[in-house]
Design a protein around this ligand. Structure first.
Ligand code: NAD
Ligand code: DAU
Length: 350
């Protein structure tokens, strides 16, 4: 079946994997990658598919209502998969307004735009909102986030994502907008911007730079390979029930410090260094303000109802990720030059 889909944030980390999957898997779909190309957006991520007949890139900002209306009226999408966002918690602590603007206002603009474009004729239409497990807040030592867990966001980032989730559901309830929403745990994999833990530490181990571990290092995250997230988005977009929420995660919890030690072990092996050499790089630094202690997703619903589960183990995913960063030095040096260096100096100034 022919379809036109707008994927927002398609030049970013997760978005680029979603765009690639859809462009390759659905030759009958016209995939429009709508992205403002902020510091996190990089068209190098999509070099391999940029000339595909069913792919179009449009540079546009979701916070610009007129610009967005023009793009949507031109392409008349049947569906939207919305990933564009400011995504880094530390940046939300230093500049919350950017997160309110993009994540809340930007999402509201998209909702208003499709409401006007589809004019109540929702046959074959779908708005897919990609969200995060951080909206549920922080867990103690026990338990998991379920789809029914009450929202309790703790950072400006998670508050902005929670607000956007509420707007999506409100437009579903009030205007009948057909939507699906997913809350996913921490992703890792190729093309991950090296401000986030795993790619930052891979880069720093490689370059013999300090590994800045926040607080006591005993914070826990639930890691999922990005390609498995993209597979889940494909399945939910096509098979998810209207108005439903699905949690996505790999039942793969790691304390930060244990993960850092695993990264060191794998990287030292890759770099031909004696085991444990890079442990001396571990540097405990002041904690992230309001740092959530533990995230853990219960992904039973998506498994039971839609048949999705991760396709790779953490060991396989991590080893493919390390290999990708070793093989893509140019990508890494491009994104770590310029403005990013300035951000890095400011973020980690003691
Ligand atoms: P990212 O920061 O790597 O990419 C974000 C993309 O959005 C970039 O290409 C950027 O240019 C684009 N963008 C930002 N502001 C924009 C604007 N105003 N208009 C148009 N485009 C804009 O983010 P990511 O890690 O790939 O996350 C993608 C989505 O998935 C986000 O909504 C995030 O909240 C969600 N999510 C991320 C994770 C994770 O672990 N990274 C986990 C769960 C959910
Ligand atoms: O849970 C999903 C979320 O995961 C997504 O919604 C976010 O977009 C994504 O950025 C990620 O948020 P986190 O804050 O969990 O990811 P980050 O990589 O920034 O940090 C992971 C953990 O590592 C966290 O406990 C903070 C810690 N950390 C991070 C950095 C960058 C450090 O100890 N040192 C660091 O330098």
């Amino acid at each position: 079946m022919k379809k036109t889909l707008i994927i927002t944030g398609g030049a970013g980390f997760i978005g680029s994997h979603v765009v690639r999957l859809f462009v390759n898997k659905y030759p009958n779909y016209h995939i429009i990658n709508l992205d403002a190309l902020t510091y996190a957006g990089n068209l190098e991520n999509l070099k391999d598919i940029e000339d595909a007949a069913n792919y179009t890139f449009v540079k546009a900002d979701i916070t610009d209502p007129e610009g967005i209306k023009t793009v949507f009226e031109q392409y008349k999408p049947d569906g939207v998969i919305h990933l564009a966002a400011e995504s880094h918690v530390d940046r939300s602590i230093t500049d919350p307004n950017a997160f309110i603007k993009t994540n809340v206002m930007g999402t509201a603009n998209l909702l208003n735009t499709v409401k006007e474009l589809w004019k109540g004729d929702f046959e074959g239409k779908r708005f897919y909102h990609v969200s995060t497990d951080e909206v549920y807040g922080s867990l103690g030592a026990e338990g998991f986030f379920l789809e029914t867990t009450p929202y309790d966001p703790q950072s400006p980032y998670s508050a902005s994502k929670a607000a956007s989730d509420h707007f999506v559901r409100a437009y579903g309830n009030t205007y009948g907008l057909p939507f699906v929403l997913t809350n996913c745990s921490n992703n890792y994999g190729p093309n991950h911007f090296p401000e986030k833990l795993i790619p930052l530490f891979i880069n720093n181990i490689k370059n013999n730079k300090p590994l800045p571990v926040y607080g006591d290092g005993k914070y826990t995250r639930d890691w999922l390979y990005v390609i498995d997230h993209a597979r889940a988005i494909d399945i939910v977009f096509h098979k998810g029930k209207n108005g439903e929420t699905y949690n996505i995660g790999g039942f793969n919890e790691w304390q930060n410090i244990e993960l850092v030690k695993l990264l060191i072990k794998e990287m030292d092996k890759q770099l031909g260094r004696p085991e444990g050499t890079s442990e001396k790089l571990i540097t405990y630094i002041k904690d992230r303000p309001g740092h959530d202690r533990r995230y853990a997703i219960d992904a039973t619903k998506i498994k039971n109802e839609l048949g999705w589960e991760p396709s790779v183990t953490f060991e396989q995913g991590l080893s493919q990720t390390i290999q990708w960063y070793m093989d893509n030095e140019e990508w890494l040096s491009e994104v770590t030059s310029g403005n990013y260096q300035k951000y890095y100096e400011k973020q980690y100034a003691s």
